[in-house]
Each structure stands twice: as structure tokens, then as C-alpha cells.
Design a protein around this ligand. Structure first.
Ligand code: IPD
Ligand code: CA
Ligand code: CA
Length: 266
């Protein structure tokens, strides 16, 4: 099945409607009381995550009832059409729960196993990032591209830590240490989807993380690819949103990043 261009335009329209409506829920919710519960010792979820997901899923299902949904807070479909929406209704929940204003909505659209469109919306800065396979990446409808940084020693990087950080043997602190010494610095923003957008738009030069889920990376990896960057696993091999490692960069510093990761703890 091939996605027809008129379908894609309608998919983009619905994705934008869903992302902006959900973004409004997040922004408005920040000034109100909301409930917080724990999925794990450091893994929070709020009732705003749920409200955002319900709204996005309703908007999509109303227009495309036979499309599949894979969304973080529970909306899952089995087999069906070759079209799948991959949704993170609030990426940056730990920030959100602390009213730290750095979070977003992420929506990726997969056709026959390939991500063909992605949209990530930061409602605080009113920044809408979008990318379409073969058609480039955009911030508020203006083309974006990755940075020109040519060496790791001149690069600003970003990473994150998985929710099993307290117990996991592979906890990312070794890479954090090595990259901190090899680059200008390493940021930890708390939103993997926005991290990828910031690499795509040249605000940051490289990103790596382990144990992310498809909804964290579905839209963001396309953003980086369409902005001219590179996205692989930790060995420089093929990336998949269903794999557990992501290494994204402007392309120029990619080999250096692979080398640092493969070297292990100093
Ligand atoms: C998390 C954020 C964070 C990353 C975590 C993710 P959530 O997503 O993207 O930056 O470090 O690994 O799980 O839970 O806020 O949607
Ligand atoms: Ca997430
Ligand atoms: Ca989330």
C-alpha cells in the first residue's frame, strides 16, 4: 500500500489539529491543579498525560477510524490497516509534574512500516516542528537544517536517562562522563522528542539515549533525517524506533560519537 499525496495532506492536517489541541491542554493544565501518580520509582504520569492522549486519539479516530494507534498511556490496536499513528501525548512528564516548562506533544505517522510524517509541538514556545519523508523538516513552516559543527570538541550535546536508571547495569553515566569531557558540554533537558528537534534545527549538535520507546523517537528521528542529519544505533548501524538505542547528530560528528560510545568508560 502506498500513501497517496492527498491522504498525506489530510494526515498532516489532522496531526496538526491534534498536536495544537493537545498542546493547549498541556499549556492550560500547567496553571491548574493536576494529579500525579507513579508508574515506577522515578516514572511519573499525570492526569494531563491521559487527557492529552484521549483528545489526540479521538481526533484521529474520528477522521481515520481504521488506522492503528500506538500511544504511550495505553491506546493500542492490534492488526489492521497499514497506517499507524505513534503518539507521545506529553513528552517531558517529569518536567511537567514539576511545572518546569520544557515538554511537547509528539505524533509520528507510519505507512507500511515506514515513518512518513512527524510533528512535534512545544506549546510554551509555540514551536511546531514537522517533517515529511523526502520533503524536508520545518519549524513553524520555515525549513530547518542541522548544525555545521565539524568536530565533537566544538559540539553541544544532549542526552537523557531511562526510568530504570537506579537499577540498570547500563545506566548511561559512562557515556555521559566521556561525552562531557570530549565536547563543549552535555545538556539533559527531559524531553527526548524536543532533543531531536533541537538537533534537527541546529540548536544542538548531537543526541544519544538508550531504552527509549517508539513514541519518544517516531517523529523526532524523521525530523533529524529530513534536516540533513544522521540517526543510527550505537554502532553506527541502522536505526529503528523499535530498537533500544538512538544516536542522532548533524552527521559531521557522527563517527566521533560512535567511537566515544564504543570506547566505554575511560
Ligand atoms: C521521557 C523523556 C526523557 C527521556 C526519557 C523518556 P516521558 O519521556 O523523553 O527526556 O530521558 O527516557 O521516557 O516519560 O516524559 O514521555
Ligand atoms: Ca516520552
Ligand atoms: Ca509521555
Amino acid at each position: 500500500m502506498t500513501t497517496k499525496i492527498n491522504d498525506i495532506d489530510e494526515i498532516k492536517r489532522i496531526a496538526e489539529k491534534a498536536a495544537r489541541s493537545a498542546g493547549k491542554i498541556l499549556k492550560d493544565g500547567l496553571t491548574r491543579d493536576f494529579s500525579i501518580s507513579y508508574k515506577g520509582p522515578v516514572n511519573l504520569v499525570t492526569d494531563i498525560d491521559m487527557a492529552s492522549e484521549d483528545l489526540i486519539v479521538n481526533i484521529i479516530k474520528e477522521r481515520f477510524p481504521d488506522h492503528l494507534i500506538l500511544a504511550e498511556e495505553g491506546h493500542r490496536d492490534g492488526e489492521g490497516s497499514g497506517y499507524k499513528w505513534i503518539i507521545d501525548p506529553l513528552d517531558g512528564t517529569t518536567n511537567y509534574a514539576h511545572r518546569f516548562p520544557f515538554f511537547c506533544v509528539s505524533i509520528g505517522f507510519e505507512a507500511d512500516g515506514e515513518i512518513v510524517f512527524g510533528m512535534i509541538y512545544d506549546p510554551i514556545r509555540d514551536e511546531m516542528f514537522s517533517a515529511e519523508r523526502g520533503k524536508g523538516a520545518y519549524l513553524n513552516n520555515k525549513t530547518i537544517s542541522v548544525s555545521k559543527a565539524a568536530s565533537l570538541s566544538k559540539s553541544l550535546l544532549v542526552t537523557g536517562f531511562a526510568y530504570d536508571v537506579r537499577e540498570a547495569a547500563r545506566n548511561n553515566f559512562d557515556h555521559f562522563y566521556n561525552f562531557s569531557l570530549a565536547s563543549i558540554g552535555v545538556r539533559r533537558t527531559g524531553s527526548a522528542a524536543l532533543d531531536l528537534c533541537y538537533v534537527a534545527s541546529g540548536r544542538l549538535d548531537g543526541f544519544w539515549e538508550m531504552n527509549l520507546s517508539p513514541w519518544d523517537t517516531a517523529a523526532g528521528w524523521l525530523m533529524v533525517k529530513e534536516a540533513g542529519g544522521n540517526v543510527t544505533d550505537f554502532r553506527g548501524g541502522l536505526f529503528s524506533i523499535y530498537k533500544k538505542e538512538i544516536l542522532a547528530s548533524n552527521g559531521k560528528i557522527h563517527d566521533e560519537m560512535v567511537n566515544i560510545i564504543q570506547r566505554g568508560i575511560r
